[in-house]
Every structure is written in structure tokens, then in C-alpha cells.
Design a protein around this ligand. Structure first.
Ligand code: F0G
Length: 462
């Protein structure tokens, strides 16, 4: 494997061929936009945002190769040639035997939950993700967090905060019995923990343990290549392996995967369920017809499957990943220079600001992270998102808010979209908000939807 990037800093391994012009509005305008949006950054209009760091999902810039792939779409109802290209890519880069395309990640989560979870089953996972957990619950399952304690500690600089605590898992097996646990939901680059990786040695130990108990591992592989980069950087024995080799090894230690290809794989929409077991594949292929579409397109157009197959290959390139993570780290280091409290180590897909520390005077029940995301938008038009008490929803039995340990604002970086100068503006703006943080007050929620409330909730300033 050629390692040409070692000679350079994280500079981008591409040049810009086309640009999208942005509006640059005034603070007064933004005050109005924010009020109209109920102080929820999900409800802002994209045209009113200068730098959009709401998510890295579906927001990547596709390459010229991917765009030309769009023109190669075979829009046949059945057996599109692009499906077979996607299937080849999933086998070649991710090791999985079967693939069922879905419209995006949650389509795959829905199917795997329905076919594998029986009411009352326990689903251990390395921290929850919003849609993943909801689909497990809708299928009658109960999610149990088995991530290591360090992941919930914004102070800990442990390099693999995505690791699973095998003692916590073992305690669940002892309490409920292995037959109640169809699979462990193992995510690479744990989103809610701050884009923190799981180590290969932890995954191998998990594999040994679960095989002994007849429990499967279903891999949330949304950001697997970013995780692989951290293993290459930080885990003994992996420095000379390529990202592609590490990705392959991770996947082959698991039984199947759900993928939101809107992240790592750099397409604007799409996802899939991958599975090795022939019988489970049979069920998944049957169920996808009910909810998504025929099993050779699921929820995707032929052209989108083509762009995805190409994006998968680009995503596992060392040069790409060096620049991708390099840019995120660069922003994190700038923020640290302004004294902004962020989760360390700096994760893969963004910076996570510790809102409990940033706005230490605002109680969690007054939504400090939600408030901070709103204030950051106000300052310079940078859109971020809340990952705290609003995202954590309510306890199903008591109806009370869940009070998560981590109360974060996620500053998510789209792939191949923004420049180093943009990173500087973001850091200057958040640094500025930090300088007047004591003047910022809390909020109250005035509208709360039933499911995944963070997307549509509305707030008022106190
Ligand atoms: N799993 C993880 C780890 C995710 O981050 C996401 C989406 C999904 C599953 C669901 O995939 O959106 O394609 O249906 N995360 C987005 C985000 C929404 O902004 O982090 P999806």
C-alpha cells in the first residue's frame, strides 16, 4: 500500500471543480430566523445558514467519479446492474455475503429489528443511537448500554472510548440468559459518545465471548472507515495496515451490519442491511419488499446504488481518511486554543462541545446544549445540533426526561465540503460565544413531539 500522505500534512487529496454559493446574512436576520425555528437548529432553513455543521449525514461532496456514476444508472425495476456493483463492493470491502439496499440507515435498522428481536429481548449496545434504539423498542426489545464507563466521562482521554465492557455484557447474560439476547449492537465510531472508536482487540474479545454464548454481533458500520483510521493510528500492530484492510477485518468479526451510507460512503441518500446468514437474509429480502422496494433496489434508484458502490471504495482510501480526520482534529485544536471545553480525544466526524461545562450556570432541565447550539447560530450563522437531554427523550415508564451524563453540542463536519478557512471561522465564532457565556440564559420547551423529539421540538428563551 502506497503511503504518500506521510510526506504531507492532512491537506486534501482532491481539488475543487464546482462551488455552491452561500448567503451571508446579518445577526438581526438570524435572530428572526431562530425565533421562527423555535430555537431548534433542525427547523432552520438551509438557505439561512452560512456553515452547515448540523450533520455529516448526506452532506458530503461526491467525487466526479461518483457524479459520472449517476449517469450510469440502470433504472430497471429488477436486477439493475448497479445493484450487482453494490453487492460486489460490499463483499470486497466489507466482507459481508448478502446485501439488502434500503432508503437509508434506519430502513435497515427497522428490518433487522423486526426479524431478529422478539418482545422482551435484550439488546446490549455500545451506547444508544436514537433511531437504532427506537427500532429495537418498536420490535419489543429493550436496549441496554454496555459501553465502558469512560465513554460517559467527558474528562477521560482513553483512546478507545467506543469499547464494550465485557463485564457489563456478562452481567446481562447472567441475569437474562443468552437466549434472550439475539445480538449485540456494536457500533464503530460511536456517534453519541463523540465519534469515539472501538479497538480491534476489544472487538476480538467480544467476538470470542459472543460466540461462546451463541449471540450474534450486528455492526452499525455507518462510520467504520473513520474507526479504522483510529485503529491504524493508535493500536499496536496496525500502523502498517491500510484503512481498507482494517475495515475488512472489523466487518469480518461480525455477523451482519446496518449501514447509513450517507456518512462514510459519501452519498446523499442510501443505506443497506448486510448479513452473512442465509436464512436471515431470506427473511430480510422478503421483508424489504413490504417496506422499501424489491430486494435489488430496496429504497434506492439505480444511479444512487452506483454512486454508493464508488463511494465505498473512495471511503477506505488512506489519503482520504488522513485528510478527513485531519480536518476534524484541526478544528478541535483551534477550539482548545480558545479554551472551549470539548470531548477528548477529538473524535472522527466532529467536535463535541461539553455544554455542561460551557454553560455551567444553566441547569440541564433548561436545555443548555440546545441553547448553546442556538447561540452559536446567532453569532455567525454556523449551524450545529444538540446531543443532550432533548435527544435523550423521556423514560418510557416514568415519563420523566432522561438526564444523560453527556450534554453536548455536536459540531459535525461534512466530508470534502468545507475548507481550512471555514474551520477558522467556526473556531473564532464559538470562541467568541465562549467569551460571553455568562450572559446566556436557559430555555423552556413549548412543543414536544412523541417520537425523536429533538428533530421537531420548539423552545422559548427564559
Ligand atoms: N446509526 C448511526 C451511528 C447514525 O449516526 C445514524 C444517523 C443512523 C444509524 C441512522 O441512519 O440517518 O441514514 O437513517 N445519523 C445521522 C446523524 C442522522 O446526524 O448523526 P439514517
Amino acid at each position: 500500500m502506497k503511503q504518500s500522505f506521510r510526506k504531507h500534512s492532512w491537506a486534501e487529496p482532491y481539488k475543487i471543480k464546482m462551488v455552491e454559493l452561500l448567503d451571508m446574512n446579518e445577526r438581526e436576520d438570524r435572530e428572526n430566523f431562530l425565533r421562527e425555528a423555535g430555537y431548534n437548529t433542525f427547523l432552520l432553513k438551509s438557505k439561512d445558514v452560512y456553515i452547515d455543521l448540523l450533520t455529516d449525514s448526506g452532506t458530503s461532496a461526491m467525487s466526479d467519479r461518483q457524479w459520472s456514476g449517476l449517469m450510469m444508472g440502470d433504472e430497471a425495476y429488477a436486477g439493475s446492474r448497479n445493484f450487482y456493483h453494490l453487492e460486489d463492493a460490499v463483499r470486497k470491502f466489507y466482507s459481508y455475503k448478502h446485501v439488502v439496499p434500503t432508503h437509508q440507515g434506519r430502513g435497515a435498522e427497522h428490518i433487522i429489528s423486526q426479524i431478529m428481536i422478539k418482545p422482551g429481548d435484550i439488546i446490549p449496545g455500545n451506547m444508544y443511537f436514537t433511531t437504532t434504539k427506537l427500532h429495537q423498542e418498536l420490535a419489543g426489545g429493550i436496549f441496554k448500554d454496555v459501553i465502558i464507563d469512560e465513554a460517559h466521562d467527558s474528562e477521560s482521554e482513553f483512546p478507545f472510548k467506543g469499547n464494550i465492557d465485557l463485564d457489563k455484557l456478562d452481567a446481562l447474560v447472567k441475569t437474562y440468559g443468552a437466549e434472550k439476547i439475539p445480538y449485540v449492537a456494536m457500533a464503530t465510531s460511536v456517534n453519541m459518545a463523540g465519534g469515539q472508536p472501538i479497538s480491534m482487540s476489544n472487538l476480538k474479545a467480544l467476538r470470542t465471548y459472543t460466540q461462546k454464548h451463541g449471540i450474534k454481533i450486528i455492526h452499525d458500520m455507518t462510520r467504520v472507515a473513520e474507526n479504522a483510521w483510529f485503529i491504524k493510528q493508535g493500536e499496536e500492530g496496525y500502523a502498517d495496515k491500510s484503512v481498507a484492510e482494517i475495515v475488512y477485518e472489523i466487518c469480518s468479526l461480525t455477523d451482519g451490519a446496518t449501514m447509513s451510507s450517507k456518512k462514510d460512503a459519501m452519498v446523499n441518500i442510501g443505506g443497506f442491511l448486510a448479513i452473512n446468514d442465509d436464512d436471515l437474509f431470506d427473511e430480510a429480502r422478503n421483508m424489504v419488499v413490504v417496506y422499501e422496494g424489491l430486494h435489488t433496489y430496496g429504497g434506492m434508484a439505480g444511479r444512487d446504488m452506483e454512486a454508493l458502490a464508488i463511494g465505498i471504495e473512495e471511503s477506505v482510501s488512506d489519503n482520504h481518511m488522513h485528510a478527513r480526520i485531519g480536518q476534524v482534529q484541526y478544528l478541535g485544536e483551534q477550539l482548545l486554543r480558545y479554551g472551549v471545553p470539548i470531548i477528548k480525544p477529538i473524535g472522527g466526524h466532529g467536535i463535541f462541545i461539553d455544554a455542561k461545562k460551557f454553560l455551567a450556570h444553566i441547569p440541564q432541565a433548561q436545555f443548555p446544549a440546545q441553547r448553546l447550539a442556538a447561540e452559536i447560530y446567532l453569532d455567525a450563522g454556523v449551524r450545529t445540533m444538540e446531543r443532550g437531554i432533548v435527544s435523550a427523550g423521556r423514560n418510557k415508564e416514568s415519563g420523566e426526561h432522561n438526564f444523560p451524563k453527556l450534554e453536548l453540542v455536536r459540531v459535525t463536519i461534512p466530508r470534502r465540503v468545507y475548507t481550512q478557512a471555514h474551520m477558522d471561522v467556526i473556531a473564532e465564532s464559538i470562541g467568541n460565544v465562549y467569551s460571553y457565556r455568562h450572559e446566556i440564559k436557559g430555555m423552556k420547551m413549548i412543543y414536544e413531539p412523541k417520537y425523536l423529539r429533538f428533530f421537531q421540538a420548539r423552545f422559548e428563551l427564559l
